[in-house]
Ligand binder design. Sequence first.
Ligand code: NIG
Ligand code: FE
Length: 413
Amino acid sequence: MRTLITNIKRLCQTEEGNENRQRVSGKDMAAIPGIDHAWLMIESGLIHSFGRMADIADAHANEYIDASGRFVLPAWCDSHTHLVFAAPREQEFVDRIKGLSYEEIARRGGGILNSAQRLKDTPEEALYEQSLVRLYEVMRQGTGAIEIKSGYGLSTTEELKMLRVIRKLKENAPVPIKASFLAAHAYPTDFKQDKEGYIKLIINEMLPKVAGEGLADYMDVFCEEGFFSVADTERLLEAGWKYGLKPKIHANQLHYSGGVQVGVKHHAVSVDHLECVGDAEIDALMGSKTIPTLLPAAAFFLGIPYQPARKMIDAGLPVCLATDYNPGSCPSGNVPLLLTIACTQLKMTPEEAVNAVTINGAAALELENELGSIKNGKKANIIITKKMPSLAYIPYDFGNNPVEKVLFKGEIF
Ligand code: NIG
Ligand code: FE
């Protein structure tokens, strides 16, 4: 099966010949390589070849798509979400408008504990069905690979239930999904007075089961004052590594907690959130392989200070962006909107923002050899935009879906 896309206004994020960028950092984030007036051939679900319309040679295909006036780019790689959840939490949104903070709501038993109660009351099948609807919605907005966390279970049975839902999504969805085990998201009510007991439960009971069933790719911890300390995080990450689960953690959302440093020390694939980042955190990240992942849509929704993206990019770091889709701090998995927030609030340029959710998003999912750029042999998970004047129009035209068609493994979704 061959699909030929012709007359592409600009084919974006191309890699030619032996080029094989694993991530883009610092000043390099300012550019998106591409070809104007291009064609792209897809064969058996993979990118087969591409070039300039003027040089098109073998134009035989089973299916043809005319992309006149449209941009073609790799689908978004959303490397941090909590897309499996049981119910919305709009009452907490109203409480925050009236002055309560995210942390106060959590201390009163709302927040993550609220979601844990609702999850417990929801059968696995129903949880799967509603999560699938959310997944399909973000796929229509161009998401072509995604990470999903557990963390609303907070007991062995319920964490396994969540992870099995994620596994079923993996089996049935046409996009790659990575699963992170986040039992260390909050202390459940029955362990409020026995935090050590909950950490032991995670390490001695949950982890062996999760790893035994092969349910997770990564180990996550909400490393934050009032949640899991740096010392707790170290123990949990060491335990995860014993089962081959690499860390991918929540760090420095609400405080300068040492989360970034502990993530780097334990070779995290990424440290995520990063509202509270200064020179010490940047120094820790420089020269490490850990990818700093910013979640500005959550900062937007909570009304807290934004991540210092400029300072990080100017220091030479490879910045990644992800949605954090979850019912509390970011009830949206909309990547185009995330791009707008990154541009208007973090002062990232449209090119930097697109790099952050394509090539760097793929790296934060460890899918950099499969996705994230237009390169021969990579998976044909591809966005064809609506007609638009420039790439900057995507974040500019905010609130609207810039995606006209999206292809997964070369098939129109
Ligand atoms: O990434 N910060 C911790 N976890 C989520 C929010 C979870 C929730 O409020 O349900 C986050 O923002
Ligand atoms: Fe999160």
